[in-house]
Write a protein that binds this ligand. Structure first.
Ligand SMILES: NC(=O)c1ccc[n+]([C@@H]2O[C@H](COP(=O)([O-])OP(=O)(O)OC[C@H]3O[C@@H](n4cnc5c(N)ncnc54)[C@H](O)[C@@H]3O)[C@@H](O)[C@H]2O)c1
Ligand SMILES: [Mg+2]
Ligand SMILES: [Mg+2]
Ligand SMILES: [Mg+2]
Ligand SMILES: [Zn+2]
Length: 454
């Protein structure tokens, strides 16, 4: 391609982007009809036509570009989508248009930002069918069905297989090993085995209800048989039980991670609650492994509903605290973090405490900073062993830092640009953020996306 041809093409792109930025729908449409490939092009600024129209609140241009099938998830060099840009500049009608996922929901909750934020461990590929947990006949029937899927756990780790990259580098992908009933029925029969009904596969294509067959059911089995012996059951060579779940369970695909979030938390609860917490007697597993009932008929846990009989979840608040100047955020590091890593502050919610109060208390305890407004962003199941991470943004009303050295080694206000460098560019960032699978990472990203750097 000659430099002349290149500049003619560039000129066409700039003309198209300029029309979008000015809100000239007829010119945008005319250019697209002539050159359809302009749709997702970026110019010198790194912005698409959709971003520019969103920046200036040109609703009809945004609508027109969407109807041509443009990609609304493209990001500029600050990792903002057109939606982020329109939201920052207060063009609510445009951001509603860009976030629209379900018009019915928008009508019921007008003004609500319904763009989904999926965190790792949050995917629900199975329908839990909790009503079936008390149906023993149905459960037994599903247990031995030929298409039923079993996951095998040892010391709270699922058996996985890892494909290595060709040069022998890091594991490229980790997958859960799936077993049939025939392959594990001897394990199920052992008295020490813990069997959990996880749910049935959601039908991908709902209209294909012609098939009367039930979708495959999934179970998790925890076995105390020697791990090396268990591994012999798998035909794949590269299978293992990961030793460091905090790290190794972050390499699963989103769907497998969602299943592990449920299975590992329930199994961890069984391993920690072998006896009745009320009277210390032995207990019996019920309801597809989702309940433990006391064997002592006099125990008060058998009268009424007792939360000790059901798997526990610990709520934890995790927050990105923003400086009153709006341009810095507070991050801290624990001694156990890898060198150079800083993250959001976090802490367990205490009894009788609101989520907002837990945020204010934990931030003040750990950093000495006082917090005013708190806003919920999204949450994440964290199966180490069974936390629900409640992600919030919070605004500081004081800025002096005094860390609680028992918990935090250091806390600092980081300028926005340093955070952007760490997240997106940084050949040599001033610090590192936690991996993308953590809600801490997603909260930091969320704050950066909320702000446009024009
Ligand atoms: N997914 C993420 O991005 C992410 C990020 C940070 C923390 N986390 C998780 O959040 C959890 C809580 O954070 P934290 O350690 O800063 O909390 P924290 O600040 O409340 O301090 C933890 C201490 O509180 C006490 N504690 C109070 N209630 C407890 C409970 N129910 N279980 C265990 N200890 C309790 C213990 O002494 C413990 O050492 C961590 O264990 C970690 O697994 C997840
Ligand atoms: Mg704390
Ligand atoms: Mg903490
Ligand atoms: Mg605490
Ligand atoms: Zn009891």
């Amino acid at each position: 391609m000659t430099s002349l041809q290149l500049s003619a093409k560039e000129e066409m792109v700039e003309k198209f982007l300029d029309a979008a930025a000015r809100g000239d729908l007829s010119q945008v449409s005319a250019l697209l009809t002539r050159v359809p490939s302009l749709l997702n092009q970026t110019g010198y600024s790194g912005w698409t036509a959709l971003m520019l129209a969103a920046r200036n609140g040109h609703y009809h241009v945004v609508e027109g570009l969407l109807s041509h099938g443009c990609d609304k998830f493209l990001v500029n060099s600050s990792s903002q989508t057109a939606y982020d840009v329109s939201k920052f500049w207060g063009h609510r009608h445009v951001s509603n248009l860009l976030s629209r996922t379900d018009e019915g929901c928008q009508r019921v909750l007008p003004g609500t930002d319904l763009s989904p934020q999926e965190n790792y461990f949050s995917c629900e590929p199975l329908d839990r069918l909790s009503a079936k947990r008390t149906d023993k006949v149905w459960l037994e029937d599903r247990q031995s069905a030929p298409d039923t899927v079993y996951l095998l756990f040892s010391s709270l780790s699922p058996m996985v297989s890892s494909s290595q990259e060709e040069d022998g580098g890091a594991a490229a992908e980790t997958k859960l090993c799936r077993f049939t009933y025939e392959a594990v029925k001897d394990l199920i029969q052992k008295p020490s085995a813990v069997l959990i009904f996880l749910g049935v596969e959601r039908r991908k294509n709902r209209s294909s209800s012609s098939s009367s067959q039930e979708p495959p059911a999934w179970f998790a089995i925890s076995s105390d048989e020697d791990a090396a012996e268990l591994l012999k059951r798998c035909r794949e060579k590269s299978c293992s039980f990961p030793k460091t779940p905090n790290r190794d369970l972050l390499n699963l695909n989103e769907e497998d991670a969602g299943v592990v979030a449920q299975a590992r938390s329930v199994l961890a609860w069984h391993s920690r609650y072998s006896f009745c917490p009320t009277c210390g007697s032995s207990t019996r597993l019920e309801e597809g492994g989702h309940k433990r009932s006391c064997l002592n008929s006099d125990c008060s846990s058998l009268r009424g509903v007792h939360n000790t009989c059901y798997p526990r979840v610990d709520p934890v608040v995790i927050m990105l605290v923003i400086h009153p100047d709006g341009n810095h955020c507070l991050l801290g590091r624990k001694k156990i973090f890898p060198a150079g890593m800083f993250s959001c502050l976090a802490g367990f919610v205490e009894p009788g405490e609101t989520m907002e109060e837990a945020v204010r208390r934990e931030v003040e305890e750990e950093s000495g900073v006082k917090v005013g407004p708190v806003q919920y962003v999204s949450c994440q199941p964290w199966p180490m062993p069974s936390n629900l991470m409640i992600g919030c943004l919070a605004v500081a009303i004081s800025t002096d830092i005094k860390v609680d050295e028992n918990e935090i080694e250091e806390a600092r206000w980081f300028p926005r640009q340093q955070v952007i460098d760490s997240l997106f560019r940084g050949a040599r960032p001033a610090f590192t953020v936690p991996p993308r699978q953590t809600i801490a990472h997603q909260l930091i990203r969320h704050w950066i996306h909320m702000n446009s750097n024009l």
